[in-house]
Ligand binder design. Structure first.
Ligand SMILES: *[C@@H]1O[C@H](CO)[C@@H](O)[C@H](O)[C@H]1NC(C)=O
Ligand SMILES: *[C@@H]1O[C@H](CO)[C@@H](O)[C@H](O)[C@H]1NC(C)=O
Ligand SMILES: *[C@@H]1O[C@H](CO)[C@@H](O)[C@H](O)[C@H]1NC(C)=O
Ligand SMILES: *[C@@H]1O[C@H](CO)[C@@H](O)[C@H](O)[C@H]1NC(C)=O
Length: 255
């Protein structure tokens, strides 16, 4: 019997369905280590006021835009993040680290994730695995992350040594049980939202850290559409005359 990793089990089935459909729709491939990711990152000029994400459905996520900075408010744990563009004068001068607000220089030069709680598929869909540099365990559902680890591009973080987290510009956790939080910790809490669609919209939170708003908006719009595909599949299944269609393979997971 194969073990299901915790990263998988924590996610509601509906959201997994949406993400799966998305992967199929976007015909996303494992391109880590390829030029593909480099191109994705290079396509983002560092200062992009005007490329913004607007939150439409999520109840606990707020994003505000300034000229050279952005602010994310996480309504679930009440923490805010001041994200300062790396090419602005503010970047070198400003640093916040309180229990309410922390600052980060963006786009993030590198980051790590709490592998057990963090939904890696969000990063894959955004094409952000190129700057992922640290993980906390090998039990991760993503083949691409495992490949990066095997190729030596990811460091394993020893969780009993707090200093090992500080090597990264940001460390994302999706688990509010983690009490001690260093200045570089950011909480990504989509599962606090009620519906799969609201949870999926948190992809915009990650996009903001990478100046990848346009991509995040596209992914979210696809989720929005595939939500309807998932729902209409129930209707399709009831039709006896329905012919199997390869394009719908991904939707089989939606039952
Ligand atoms: C928004 O992003 C696109 C590429 O994703 C870029 O071509 C465009 O210049 C950006 N717009 C602004 C206002 O920065
Ligand atoms: C800002 O980030 C971009 C993209 O990662 C990078 O190419 C650029 O060198 C950085 N600029 C500064 C001033 O650090
Ligand atoms: C992450 O980026 C920071 C800032 O550029 C750098 O000082 C640090 O060495 C990098 N860490 C890793 C693990 O690449
Ligand atoms: C993690 O750090 C602890 C305490 O320093 C050490 O005893 C342990 O062997 C380390 N674990 C790994 C996997 O390196």
């Amino acid at each position: 019997m194969s073990e299901i990793s915790p990263a998988r089990t924590r996610w509601p089935h509906n959201l997994k369905c949406l993400m799966h459909v998305l992967m199929v729709i976007l015909t996303w491939h494992c391109v880590v280590g390829d030029d593909e990711i480099v191109r994705t990152n290079a396509a983002n000029p560092s200062l992009q006021v005007g490329n913004i994400s607007q939150v439409e459905d999520a109840a606990y996520l707020r994003i505000y835009y300034g000229q050279a900075f952005k602010v994310i408010k996480n309504g679930i744990d009440g923490r805010s993040y001041l994200l300062i563009q790396n090419n602005s004068r503010m970047a070198a001068k400003t640093k916040y680290c309180t229990s309410r607000i922390k600052s980060f220089v963006i786009p993030l030069a590198n980051y790590s994730i709490d592998t057990l709680s963090f939904p890696v598929s969000f990063l894959e869909l955004l094409g952000l695995l190129g700057t992922l540099k640290g993980i906390t365990s090998e039990s991760v559902a993503s083949e691409c992350v495992l490949k990066l680890y095997r190729d030596g591009q990811l460091q394993m973080i020893n969780q009993t040594q707090p200093l090992s987290f500080t090597k990264f510009v940001a460390h994302f956790i999706s688990n509010t049980d983690i009490q001690s939080q260093s200045c570089n910790f950011a909480t990504f809490l989509p599962m606090g939202e009620e519906t799969p669609l609201q949870q999926a919209e948190w992809i915009k939170y990650l996009g903001v850290f990478a100046n990848s708003e346009i991509r995040a908006n596209q992914v979210y719009d696809s989720v929005y559409q595939s939500n309807y595909l998932c729902m209409s599949k129930a209707v399709i299944d009831k039709k006896a005359s329905f012919k199997p269609d390869r394009r719908l393979d991904g939707l089989r997971q939606c039952t």
